[in-house]
Design a protein around this ligand. Structure first.
Ligand code: SAH
Length: 347
């Protein structure tokens, strides 16, 4: 194990079999060594800075039926909403004075979001707040659509690959969704020079050490600027309602590995991690993460954007409570910074 960790640190790469071994045989000692090395790497690139992103959940209307997701098309118990352009801009107006310099527009695949509609919103945010980054997380779209969004000024795009194993992907999604298309979208985003984020859930149903090894290999080869890794948490109105949630322990272990694969990656301590453990965010940062994404959505939207059971949106998870988040980060020796928080290339 120690040898493998040293190799990973030195070469930023392992074979599939080695990644699988590292996951399969993990223990407390290995986790401790990995997190120490990950923190060291992150400090070399980003110091003690933690970047904040204001998350705006713009719609929970979705044409997809992902088996794990609470806002899936088939969930009749989900009360649907969509924010107007004015409401989205109001979220930015609230976030800017608090120090947010990145706005993440996330939502279901809502057909109301035409290219023109989204480009208008992006242009308006950029016009009003030229010193801010706009990140989109709106699922799969065509190359042409991504191109227009990019030209309108969007800087970053988050599209978790969910799993790098095609068979596993097909167990998590209905037949009308395609692994190949998701991967194609990620390539297109990179081609268009979005700062691109992929990612996956930890402990999703049917996940194995072998599928996780493929996720790590994919991250190693794709070289995303960002990567979202959080535990799977069941949602009561999905077919996965009885599956167990992923663990903090494995999530943090994987965060450390990803930091060693890519020392300069932007790695959030996710809301899901904060939702299963009251110190989840802190544990994520102490394992090598360097981003947190508090929620800037209007209260009503927060209640309705339920991807999983008991999703946290209050306390330090609420963007308005930035001071609380600052204190929590300071208590573990880190500092929330007010800047655009771009990926530091070439480190
Ligand atoms: N429609 C957009 C945004 C999806 S929501 C897209 O397709 O990218 C953002 C992420 O939440 C998803 O990519 C998924 O990894 C995560 N998510 C969804 N349901 C979840 C659950 N039950 N537990 C944990 N994470 C979940």
């Amino acid at each position: 194990m120690i040898e493998l960790i040293n190799k990973l640190e030195k070469e930023q790469s392992l074979t599939l079999a080695e990644y699988e071994f590292l996951i399969e045989n993990r223990n407390e000692e290995a986790a401790k060594i990995l997190s120490e090395k990950a923190v060291e790497k992150r400090k070399e690139v980003y110091g003690n800075d933690v970047y904040i992103r204001g998350l705006i959940e713009i719609s929970n209307i979705c044409k997809n039926d992902c088996c794990y997701c609470g806002i899936r098309r088939g969930n009749k118990n989900c009360e649907r909403y969509r924010l107007t352009k004015e409401q989205i801009l109001l979220c930015c107006d609230e976030g800017y004075p608090l120090g947010y310099r990145t706005f993440v527009l996330q939502g279901g695949e809502d057909s109301h979001f035409s290219d023109d509609f989204l480009c208008d919103i992006i242009t308006s945010i950029k016009l009003k707040y030229p010193d801010c980054a706009v990140t989109l997380s709106l699922g799969e779209r065509s190359f042409e659509s991504y191109k227009k969004l990019r030209e309108a000024g969007a800087d970053r795009y988050l599209l978790r690959h969910e799993t790098a194993d095609k068979e596993h992907y097909e167990k998590l999604h209905p037949a009308d969704m395609s692994f190949d298309n998701r991967m194609e979208c990620l390539k297109n985003l990179k081609k268009l020079r979005f700062q691109t984020g992929c990612g996956f859930m930890v402990g999703s149903p049917y996940q194995t050490s072998a599928t996780l090894a493929k996720d790590l290999k994919f991250i190693e080869e794709f070289r995303p600027e960002m990567c979202g890794i959080g535990p799977f948490i069941p949602h009561k109105d999905t077919e996965f309602s009885n599956f167990p949630a992923g663990t903090v322990e494995l999530t943090c272990y994987l965060l450390s590995i990803v930091r060693l694969i890519s020392p300069d990656i932007l790695l959030p301590a996710t809301t899901a991690l904060g939702s299963i453990d009251s110190f989840g965010r802190e544990k994520g940062i102490l394992s090598g993460a360097n981003v947190v994404m508090p929620n800037l959505s209007p209260e009503d939207a927060k209640q309705k954007y339920q991807l999983y059971n008991n999703k946290l949106s209050s306390g330090a998870e609420a963007a308005a409570n930035k001071r609380m988040l600052e204190e929590r980060m300071e208590s573990i020796g880190y500092k929330i910074v007010t800047n655009i928080g771009n990926h530091k290339k070439g480190n």
